[in-house]
Design a binder for this molecule. Structure first.
Ligand code: T46
Length: 138
């Protein structure tokens, strides 16, 4: 497993075994730097859709586009970065308090997400103004 830094986060490259099939391995606390409590996947996304548009207070996540491609805009309140995910063995780590938006989904895109916490709506900051104010308190 390798990681490479991006401006605001890092890309993780998982083990990728390719014979007559592709096989990628995601291990908690290795490829994903936390204990995994939840896994979900997003698919059949309208190309015009912009998902996310929030930050999390406690939840850390790693996003892998295991089929197709998607762009993820990261925003730490000061700087932005656009990550293009288009390889099944490469994921982006999303730390807490990182505003994120997923957009430009290809028609076949499947986004697989590993999360450090169970779902709790209270963990979300869904207003950008609230996000900027929250950053001043931490
Ligand atoms: C994130 C990005 C990467 C649940 O009830 N349980 C869940 O585990 C999830 C993920 C969602 N939901 C409900 C909450 C909303 O009523 O599903 C609905 C859609 O969720 P949301 O608008 O947050 O979906 P996205 O695609 O904008 O964001 C998702 C994750 O929710 C979010 O945590 O970081 O993917």
């Amino acid at each position: 497993m390798k990681t490479r830094p991006t401006k605001l986060s890092h890309i993780v490259e998982t083990q990728y075994i390719s014979d007559e099939a592709g096989l990628c391995i995601v291990e908690a606390e290795r490829a994903v730097p936390f204990d995994i409590k939840r896994v979900y996947y997003i698919f059949d996304v309208d190309n015009a859709a912009i998902r996310g548009k929030h930050a999390h207070k406690k939840t850390k996540q790693s996003l892998f586009c295991i089929r197709g491609s998607v762009k993820v805009t990261l925003d730490n309140g000061n700087e932005k970065e656009i990550i293009h995910l288009d390889k099944p063995n490469e994921g982006i780590y999303l730390d807490t308090l990182m505003w994120h938006e997923m957009h430009d989904f290809s028609a076949d895109a499947v986004l697989l997400v590993f999360a450090s916490e169970h779902y709790e709506e209270e963990d979300y900051i869904r207003s950008y103004d609230e996000f900027k104010n929250y950053l001043k308190t931490v």
